[in-house]
Write a protein that binds this ligand. Structure first.
Ligand code: ATP
Ligand code: MG
Length: 420
């Protein structure tokens, strides 16, 4: 079963029980555009407390705000299918950073449509008969490719400043022109985005940068004066801005958020990138990857002449595909040759895994068995053996141990000798 089929089932069940149930918001927009929605949201006049008899498995964390996640069977990919079932509602003011509303009140479908952010996001569809229910003129705006706030843009952005950033993301993603009043209000209020929590901002950036239209997103961020409040470090890069945009454009269609973000931040140093990641509360995995990509963005330009002991450890890193994409984008943007990227790809294709990343010939335990005491020389010896192994000079443990003995008897200043 697909998520769409499950979302249809949920609507059917609610109907049979006598409730109104509609698909709502982003999934309606995506269906009208012929795109596959990321998720389906069901809006209904059923209240959370009326759902248990209809749906056995639920996550009720949001029930207080009228939102229940209904859990279905496993989908084709083995993941549980889920659909959000939300009671038609309006919500009161959000706390300044915007995580939870002070209150929600159940209401009519029309009022629910009008609390949403943009007209293209404010439609319902009855999936059982394909009836579009459009209280906000979303269909006309979608056809004309216009992004327009529902109601008074200044008021709507004042209620929740994240909508300013959402405007950029939506306009970039769907290639929309922004209605002049919506645009003027967003620009005027851009600096107020600072009040929004880092988590909510990061979530919008994730979606914006992971999308193929990310370059337009980055351009719009600047046009909207959102760079200064969100990524002030980039406000200082001056003439590197154009190069940054071209880098972002030169990435492929399908790229991860860390790769895209690394391209956006590539003119900054690693420490600055880490500070940005911390400020945006990215996950450790995201932060580490973005910082590694920025740090290593040029490290493969001399791949053809690099020693295996330098090259192979990079090639076996879990981020290598992203790193090669970044090198490729850099080469394309700067009019440089792609030879180094193609060389790395060839090495990766043609070199067996146990050559690129062999099991260590010598370990710390082997050194202890030689009678050595763990200390700082351990690492130097093990690194030396590893290097020799990757260069093909050491293939087996005995050769590795022989090297250790040589290094020690060569009386490297701080090395202690193994006891024979
Ligand atoms: P995506 O496909 O990227 O998930 P989406 O439009 O579904 O886009 P969501 O963040 O999933 O975006 O939100 C679902 C719906 O909830 C939106 O389509 C919109 O109707 C409404 N919505 C979301 N965030 C806001 C907001 N900050 N203010 C008002 N309405 C919002
Ligand atoms: Mg969504």
């Amino acid at each position: 079963m697909t998520e769409r089929e499950f979302a249809l089932d949920v609507v059917r069940k609610l109907h049979r029980a006598g409730f109104t149930a509609l698909w709502a918001g982003g999934c309606v927009r995506d269906e009208l555009l012929g795109l596959v929605p990321a998720d389906y949201d069901v809006a209904t006049n059923a209240e959370p407390k009326q759902l248990p008899p209809l749906f056995k498995r639920r996550n009720e964390i949001g029930a207080h705000f009228g939102v229940v996640q209904v859990i279905g069977p496993r989908g084709d990919d083995g993941e549980w299918l889920t659909v959000e079932v939300a009671t038609f509602r309006i919500d009161g003011p959000y706390d300044p950073s915007g995580r939870t509303p002070d209150w929600v009140k159940f209401c009519s479908p029309e009022e629910d449509a009008k609390r949403r952010d943009f007209t293209i996001n404010g439609m319902f569809i009855d999936p059982l008969n394909n009836d579009l229910i459009d209280y906000v003129g979303g269909r006309a705006d979608l056809d004309a490719k216009i992004l327009r706030a529902i109601g008074n843009p200044t008021e709507r952005f004042a209620e929740d400043k994240l909508r300013i950033l959402r405007a950029v993301r939506m306009a970039a993603r769907f290639d929309l022109t922004i209605d002049p009043e919506t645009l003027a209000a967003a620009k005027r209020m851009a600096a107020e985005i600072r009040i929004v929590s880092a988590e909510r901002i990061a979530e919008e950036l994730r979606k914006m940068f992971a999308h193929p239209n990310r370059a337009r997103g980055v351009r719009l961020l600047r046009e909207f004066d959102l760079i200064e409040p969100i990524l002030p470090e980039l406000a200082q890069i001056g003439t590197l801005w154009d190069h940054t945009i071209r880098m972002v454009e030169a990435l492929g269609q399908v790229v991860s958020f860390p790769l895209a973000f690394a391209a956006v931040l590539h003119s900054l140093d690693k420490e600055t990138v880490e500070a940005i990641a911390d400020r945006l509360r990215l996950s450790t995995v995201e932060k580490t990857r973005v910082a590694w990509l920025v740090e290593k963005q040029h490290c493969l330009v001399d791949a053809q002449t690099m020693r295996a002991s330098k090259l192979y450890p990079i090639l076996v890193h879990s981020g290598i595909d992203e790193l090669l994409s970044l090198h490729r984008a850099d080469a394309l943007t700067s009019g440089k040759s792609l030879a180094h990227v193609e060389f790395c790809e060839k090495v990766l294709r043609e070199t067996p895994r146990d050559v690129l990343n062999p099991v260590p010939a010598v370990t710390g335990d082997d050194l202890i068995a030689l009678g050595m005491k763990p200390g700082k020389d351990f690492k130097r010896l093990l690194d030396a053996v590893r290097e020799a192994q990757l260069e093909g000079r050491v293939k087996e443990k005995e050769q590795g141990l022989e090297l250790v003995r040589q290094l020690c008897s060569a009386a490297l200043p701080a090395l202690e000798k193994p006891s024979e």
